[in-house]
Ligand binder design. Structure first.
Ligand SMILES: C[S@@+](CC[C@H](N)C(=O)[O-])C[C@H]1O[C@@H](n2cnc3c(N)ncnc32)[C@H](O)[C@@H]1O
Length: 274
């Protein structure tokens, strides 16, 4: 682990019980009855579709699309670490709200120190409304008085363009987790780059979800400098990529494991049986 990953991993979360509340919401997701959404991004790694389409989503699929507890712990620590590093309130951008699980982890991290603001983007209005409700309840229940959030609804092509074109506040942390296409990922990275603090952090989810996503991540590493990047592993493959804009450019890519050795072993056995 490089020094930044180690620093983040060692962050002590004063109000840890908040994370249990998010895990509870996450665990309840499979019991949500199926409903219709407009699907914007590709739904499988080989999906070349550009046009949005109506589809039915189950609670289980919602859970699979959402941040799990080990990924969430890292998001919380990263948001806390960023507020500490910036020495005050921070602004976080999230591309891909879904039902608000990762948003809650980010809010929880900010709230542990100086607080800040989360702006999150989601295409489907039903998902965005579910997220809005859950995140409001989460803030009230846990008395997070120093954070606020806003969910912007609509296709990223329109909403993100408007956001990036506007003269909005500087970003400190960005979590890119929607529309997993190679070109879109590179475009979002570039656009975030123009809005983010020189010592900011950019996280990309699902960097190995498809060949296109893997290529996008390799490209980002080449452009940014490989030593500025780190990878979070789930099982035996990198699931999230992080760019630390102020890291030393010339070292090698560093990694951390999101799951413990026992979970890793279980995943390997499961993979071998398949
Ligand atoms: C993987 S989910 C986000 C999960 C969430 N960040 C979490 O970890 O809890 C991606 C979300 O992005 C939205 N999305 C994907 N492509 C989009 C697009 N082109 N425009 C608007 N929304 C999009 C989907 O509707 C979906 O809810």
């Amino acid at each position: 682990m490089n020094s930044k990953l180690r620093e983040i991993d060692r962050m002590v979360i004063p109000k840890k019980h908040i994370l249990k509340n998010i895990k509870y919401v996450y665990n309840q997701l499979p019991s949500i009855p199926s409903f219709e959404i407009v699907s914007f991004g590709p739904s499988t790694p080989n999906d070349q579709r550009i046009e949005p389409k109506k589809t039915t989503i189950t609670g289980l699929k919602l859970q699979r699309a959402s941040t799990n507890a080990s990924q969430g712990l890292w998001l919380t620590k990263l948001a806390l670490w960023t507020t500490q590093k910036m020495g005050g309130k921070i602004n976080i951008l999230e591309i891909g709200t879904c039902v608000g699980i990762s948003g809650m982890y980010l809010l929880s991290g900010m709230s542990q120190l100086h607080g800040g603001r989360l702006i999150s983007f989601e295409g489907d209005p039903t998902l965005a409304n579910l997220a809005q409700k859950r995140m409001n309840e989460f803030i009230a229940k846990n008395q997070l008085t120093n954070v606020e959030f806003e969910i912007i609804i609509g296709s990223f092509d329109k909403t993100l363009k408007k956001y990036f074109d506007a003269d909005s506040d500087i970003l400190h942390l960005a979590f890119i987790d929607g529309n997993h296409r190679q070109e879109a990922t590179l475009q979002y990275h570039e656009a975030v780059r123009n809005k983010i603090h020189k010592n900011g952090v950019i996280v990309h989810d699902d960097i190995n979800w498809s060949p296109g996503m893997a290529q996008a991540w390799v490209h980002i590493q080449q452009v940014e400098g490989i030593g500025k990047t780190a990878e979070l592993y789930l099982g035996n493959r990198a699931s999230r990529g992080i760019v630390f804009l102020d890291a030393a450019p010339n070292s090698r890519v560093e990694i951390a494991h999101l799951d413990g050795w026992l979970e890793r072993l279980a995943r390997r056995v499961k993979f071998a049986i398949k």
